[in-house]
Design a protein around this ligand. Sequence first.
Ligand SMILES: C[S@@+](CC[C@H](N)C(=O)[O-])C[C@H]1O[C@@H](n2cnc3c(N)ncnc32)[C@H](O)[C@@H]1O
Length: 211
Amino acid sequence: MTAPAHLAATRTAYDSVAALYAELVGNVESNPPVDRAMLAAFAELAGPAGPVADLGCGPGHLTAHLAALGCAAFGVDLSPAMIELARAAHPRLRFDEGSMTALDLADGSVGGVLSWYSTIHTPPEGLPEVLAELHRVLAPGGHLLIGFFGSDEPSVLPFDHKVTTAYRWPLDRFAALLDDAGFAEAARMSRAPVDGERPLPHGRILARKPV
Ligand SMILES: C[S@@+](CC[C@H](N)C(=O)[O-])C[C@H]1O[C@@H](n2cnc3c(N)ncnc32)[C@H](O)[C@@H]1O
């Protein structure tokens, strides 16, 4: 699938499930305590450095969580239906339609980037382009927190995600791509699935754009 075709398919898929997604997953408690601890660490590190972009924000619950933690947070999502829900749920926050492949943000204009499961549908060959874009918009010294489906297998594998095809990544492989994109890794975590989650590990990497 070409990049524009893949983006169009992802947009259509999330538009069609947006309300259900918001109802089932659109709350910060759907992320277990260890994830919330990592989100809190990210907010503490990124917040003072400037605006924090929640890229692939879905219905905006984590944008609002980051705002409650003191960040000047705003959200961006590919799906117009998600952006509509986010604006309705959090009318005081800014939400923009857009794609992580070409963000309408100036170079070095944000102090933090959260990408929480928003690269999971990006075909592996497209991920370097997305990470380059995240690196471009982040200010030197700014932090990136990225969450994704992990894998104990050595290779990147597609799987049947409920919304549309997603990919699971060995933590080391994802970390290597971040390194290639110019990020310095600060911390990583693999957590086991909790009750109700599919039987896959979950990868989290906190990284910094060097000064
Ligand atoms: C699995 S949901 C995660 C939503 C939210 N971050 C959360 O943790 O619940 C993936 C989201 O990423 C968005 N997305 C996927 N590809 C994107 C892209 N290239 N640019 C912006 N958003 C994207 C989708 O529209 C969807 O809302």
